[in-house]
Design a binder for this molecule. Sequence first.
Ligand code: SAH
Ligand code: SF4
Length: 379
Amino acid sequence: MHATEPSQKVNLLGYSVEALVQWCALQGEKPFRAKQLAKWVHQCGQSDFSHMTDLAKVFRESLQEKAEVSVPGILADQASKDGTRKWLFDVGNGDAVETVFIPEERRGTLCVSSQAGCAVNCRFCSTGKQGFSRNLSTAEIVAQLWKANQLLKHPSSRSNPQERAVTNVVMMGMGEPLLNYDALLPALQLMLDDRAYGLSRRRVTVSTSGVVPFMDKLSQDCPVALAVSLHAPNDTLRDQLVPLNRKYPLKELLDACLRYLRYAPRDFVTFEYVMLDGVNDKPGHAQQLVELARNVPCKLNLIPFNPFPESGLLKSRREAIGQFANILLQAGVVTTVRKTRGDDIAAACGQLAGDVNDRTRVKERMEKVVSLDLLKRMK
Ligand code: SAH
Ligand code: SF4
């Protein structure tokens, strides 16, 4: 990360603490100033430099002139009855990305987007159907976490301004995080850094459709928990559902999972499996999955498909999911089925953001959303 042109302020949300130390050094400030600054920005959620009282006045003035804590505007903010909260961020040029907060008794999980649109184009995914627009910057990724913590601040946390609502992050919003690796890495580092968000590696999950070389890279650079979007137990079917499989077929993907596990903070990979009626939900598929799961320590998460009209796909029947899960459970594969909370959940994985140019429809759809639990599945 470099300081930008003189006319443009740098967005501090895009700087890892190390990068902040370097930037502060350029301003003639000592490393501990950068750490104070990181604490103000990420732990206290402060964006006004004049409130950073333990920084020298001259430094505060210089920050005011050269830096900012800038967050994309919010196009829509939806709170559901069960406490799930969803925001649509305006990232410019008609692009928008979603962030979802899922509160549970002892944790709060934030589902974060990494790209506007997605190039992988999985058959069942509306983000994919929108095509790829652009990578988010590190600042735009971190801004989702920064803003969520700010908006979710509970009154009881006022006595301790460092208590934050988000305890877990899953990179399961829009986009393929491993295809935006350069921006993702500093964002993950900030999430883990004790001087910033201080989340443990087990509480930060990257979900991927299987970008093998970057799985290896992540295992070396920043091994966090890993979720892999499997969706099919054989190459023929996976080629159709997840086109990236043609480049990195199952054998390569599973080998990469095993390599990853040597460095991972958890001793299993989470496999995600969207249940599609008549497509990948037959007992034969479950049996193939059992074989596959024998070779990789894993937990399987069965996700009822969130239908959208253009997909031409239907969600599996409840009995089919039950039968499928039973085959796996009986074979000793740890399997969970995500609960749906109603059929009016039309907001999974980018379905709102597609119409961002048509604000009225976004609003219309927003009003329909009772709850969004697409990603309530990372344990
Ligand atoms: N690109 C990454 C992360 C974002 S997608 C990945 O594919 O893993 C996050 C999860 O949502 C993936 O498991 C994806 O398969 C799932 N998903 C996408 N569209 C869905 C839909 N319509 N219904 C249910 N789950 C969906
Ligand atoms: Fe992209 Fe993930 Fe959607 Fe596939 S499921 S199109 S990889 S966001």
